[in-house]
Design a protein around this ligand. Structure first.
Ligand code: PEP
Ligand code: MG
Length: 799
């Protein structure tokens, strides 16, 4: 029996057409494979997918390929070039999609030859035509008297496929012009440009010259319209020349987690591709297939739980959360239903169920959206389990290695054992990516955005310098011994931050709850530079009472007797939504009522919090300071300061997180004692790049010249006012950037406790003047990489 491949721009269309056709053959069917949609689930056809489908159903009797639209013929043709199936005749037919599939399937099921099946499929429109009394094929349109003509070369990669054809028809419809188009290469046409399907019959490809002829009062405008669209490549030129989602330039490598390490490369397996849909499973097979989903999901969940129990802290929490996603009963039952009701294969059902869930998560934004990467990771694990493939993820090794990956999912990063994985290199990602944050928390040197990362072969020895942001392939023996000698020395902080010439810089910790205080104390932090108070408000339907808040704050104050603790008031909204504070549906939450703005509607939240802070302060000896998030204007700063004064809170500051606040920092200083730069948000708002978006991570880099110069405004204002400027965003955790910030005038830096040792170590190796030079040179640079290189050279790093 021949095999049948159904090629469609739309997976739903293909599945429905196959379902309909299968109703005609009552259980006996040739092997059918669907190749529909492109890799990310969007509309289109993909030659590699078609080639795989052909290989899947290949038979010595031949393979018939049906396509839904003429533009799929190009992909099908390319697929034929990709496959090598000796003795198998593969034929792409012009038969109509639905009728041809039905008629062809019936003949194929009867065991007819490829010729017979194709003829049947091609003739399948006859009945509809004769019932409707259609004339035979339309003759080419005859040229009209006095028409204008124009020859144009098609520039877009896929030529006159369905989208450009429809664009032409729609653009010409309002014009008083009769337009025809002919393909001069093939001699087909002219065809009237009032029908996309007629234009598709021209089979015009990239590079073909098409003759556009127009008559009527607006003939000239019609030709200009088509000329414009062709010149613009129908808006498809950019897509064709730029790799997806990589931005104008990666600008890497970017060091995102400090330290140096050397070791052999171990490549992480490439992620799985979306499985191909085949013919629907026969009814009797469906229940067993659905049960395989339960088994695979629970195997994945079990293995994640086993690994969770072998680690602790954040990695454990990440793995436990991933395991819950893997055996979530509602996801499993949705995937089972796809198998039982539609006959999807288990792997296709799992893939599409997780895809739908991921879309749902992505559309909700904020923290929920961050979980999309976890969903994709779990999906891949379950599908690999179903297909009997190697489970994607970090390869198990016992000897030290440098992990090289396209990108790392949170569950991968959480599994890294810093005793064997000594450094990380990824091709994707930016300074705020998950890889960056977790590698910092594990203390592993890491480079992201390394263009040729995937060219590094397994076993190649590399030296990763996460501080300088450099990668050395095949380092010398001397370099290797130097790094190994350094690695033995643990980078610890002794509790006093300063440069080599004793310029004092307080090194403080960021804490997010009383529970996270222990890490700050054991890392010898000089105090707390950012106490994020949102933890108390999460998962609540109303704010905690003043007393409850006061005792939580008191726990933190008690841990730092005589030391600074800067409490930040509630920063609800955008990436930190709180059910009872944040509006449910804001079109653009990052630009919405968040941070200090929530006080406009709910002043009592701030008043209660200030009362609680004052109460807790009175009982402890910490030097309590208070600051407000997301201040935009001098008026807001003044309002905050007067509310604090009313509660007897004497050291008051605000965060500089928006360009507006940076630009007006001088006026803001008139009412506050200090400012602290929230560089995560400052980068987001300066660069107009969502801090949650992995695609925009390189724009959100705090080394971006615009971000550095925005920071300088605040430092200059602080110097003019004679008041301190601190930094508490992630930028302060990057040792080299920390030196630049010191050079710009930072009096204290607040960071994740793990970063304290690295930042202190770097500062102790440089003078204050070198920090100033590094700042001046970095601020002159025109790219983030240029700024890093300039700073490294001024600080003598990596030389
Ligand atoms: C910042 O934006 O840099 C910051 C420290 O605040 P958060 O990350 O909590 O928004
Ligand atoms: Mg912020």
């Amino acid at each position: 029996m021949i095999g049948v491949v159904v090629v469609s721009h739309s997976p739903q269309l293909a599945r429905s057409a196959v379902d309909l056709a299968l109703e005609m053959v009552h259980g006996v069917s040739p092997r059918i494979s669907i190749a529909a949609g492109v890799y990310d689930g969007s509309t289109g056809t993909d030659a590699t997918q078609i080639a795989a489908s052909i290989a899947e159903v290949a038979s010595p009797d031949g393979v018939l390929v049906l396509v839904d639209l003429g533009s799929a013929v190009l992909s099908a043709g390319l697929a034929l070039e990709l496959i090598d199936l000796p003795g198998v005749e593969v034929r792409v037919t012009s038969a109509p999609f639905v009728e041809g599939l039905m008629a062809g399937l019936v003949r194929a099921a009867a065991g007819s030859s490829l010729d017979e099946v194709e003829r049947e499929a091609r003739d399948s429109l006859e009945s509809k035509r004769s019932q409707l009394g259609d004339p035979a094929d339309a003759p080419p349109e005859a040229p009209t008297e006095g028409e204008l003509t124009l020859d144009l070369r098609l520039r877009n990669p896929s030529g006159l496929h369905i989208r450009p054809a429809s664009m032409i028809v729609l653009a010409l419809t309002p014009l008083d012009a009769t337009v025809t188009i002919a393909n001069l290469r093939t001699g087909s046409g002219p065809r009237l440009a009032n029908s996309p399907t007629k234009l598709l019959t021209l089979a015009a490809q990239k590079g073909d010259i098409v003759r556009v002829s127009a008559s009527g009062t607006q003939a000239r405008e019609a030709l200009d319209t088509v000329r414009g669209m062709v010149a613009d490549g129908f808006g498809e030129l950019e897509q064709a020349t730029e790799p997806p989602a990589s931005g104008p330039s990666r600008g890497g490598p970017i060091g995102v987690s400090p330290g140096r390490a050397v070791g052999p490369v171990v490549r992480m397996p490439e992620p799985l591709e979306s499985p191909h849909g085949g013919a629907p499973l026969p009814g009797p097979d469906r229940s067993g297939a659905a049960d395989r989903i339960d088994a695979a999901s629970s195997a994945v969940a079990q293995s994640l739980r086993a690994r969770a129990s072998s680690v602790s802290g954040e990695p454990r929490a990440v793995l436990e959360a991933a395991a819950t996603l893997a055996d979530d009963p509602s996801t499993i039952s949705e995937a089972r239903a796809a198998v039982l009701e539609r006959g999807e294969s288990p792997e296709v059902a799992v893939w599409s169920t997780f895809e739908r869930l991921a879309e749902d998560f992505a559309s909700q934004g904020g923290r929920i959206r961050e979980r999309v990467a976890d969903l994709h990771d779990i999906r891949n694990r379950v599908v690999a389990q179903l297909l009997g493939r190697e489970i994607p993820g970090v390869p198990a090794r016992t000897e030290p290695f440098v992990l090289v990956a396209r990108d790392l999912a949170p569950a991968d990063t959480a599994l890294l054992d810093p005793a064997v994985c000594v450094a990380i290199i990824t091709r994707e990602g930016g300074p705020n990516s998950h890889t960056a944050i977790l590698s910092r928390s594990l203390g592993l040197p890491a480079l992201v955005s390394v263009d040729d990362a995937l060219d590094l072969a397994n076993g190649t020895i590399v030296l990763v310098d996460g501080t300088a942001g450099t990668l050395t392939v095949d380092p010398t023996e001397a370099q290797i011994s130097e790094v190994r000698a350094q690695a033995v020395a643990v980078v610890e902080f002794d509790g006093v931050g300063h440069t080599s010439d004793d310029h004092r810089v307080q090194l403080l910790a960021n804490v997010g709850s009383p529970a996270s205080v222990a890490g700050a104390i054991s890392a010898a932090a000089e105090g707390v530079g950012l106490f994020r108070t949102e933890f108390l408000f999460l998962d609540r339907s109303e704010a905690p009472s003043v007393d409850e808040q006061a005792s939580a704050y008191a726990e933190v104050f008690a841990a730092f007797p005589g030391k600074r603790v800067i409490v930040r008031t509630l920063d609800a909204g955008a990436d930190k939504p709180l059910a009872f504070v944040t509006q449910a549906k804001e079109t653009n939450p990052a630009l919405g009522v968040r941070g200090y703005r929530t006080t406009w509607r709910r002043p009592e939240l701030l008043e209660d919090q200030l009362a609680a802070i004052a109460l807790a302060e009175s009982a402890h000896r910490a030097k309590v300071e208070v600051m407000a998030p997301m201040i935009d204007t001098p008026d807001e700063a003044a309002d905050f300061a007067s509310r604090c004064a009313a509660h007897g809170l004497s050291m008051v500051g605000v965060m500089i997180e928006t360009p507006a606040a940076a630009i007006t920092a001088q006026e803001i200083f008139a009412s506050v004692d200090f400012v602290s730069l929230g560089t995560n948000d400052l980068a987001q708002y300066t660069m107009a790049a969502d801090r949650e978006s992995a695609d925009l991570a390189l724009l959100g880099d705090p080394w971006q010249p615009a971000v550095l110069r925005m920071m300088r405004l605040a430092f200059d204002a602080g110097a003019a006012a004679g008041k301190p400027v601190s930094v508490c965003g992630e930028a302060a955790s990057d040792p080299m950037l920390a030196a630049v910030l010191v050079g710009l005038g930072a009096s204290s830096l607040s960071m994740s406790p793990r970063a304290l040792g690295h930042v202190s170590q770097l500062l102790r190796g440089v003078t204050f003047d070198e920090c100033r030079d590094a700042a001046a040179d970095a601020l002159d640079a025109s790219t983030p990489q240029g700024a890093r290189t300039a700073a490294a050279s001024a600080l003598r790093i990596g030389s």
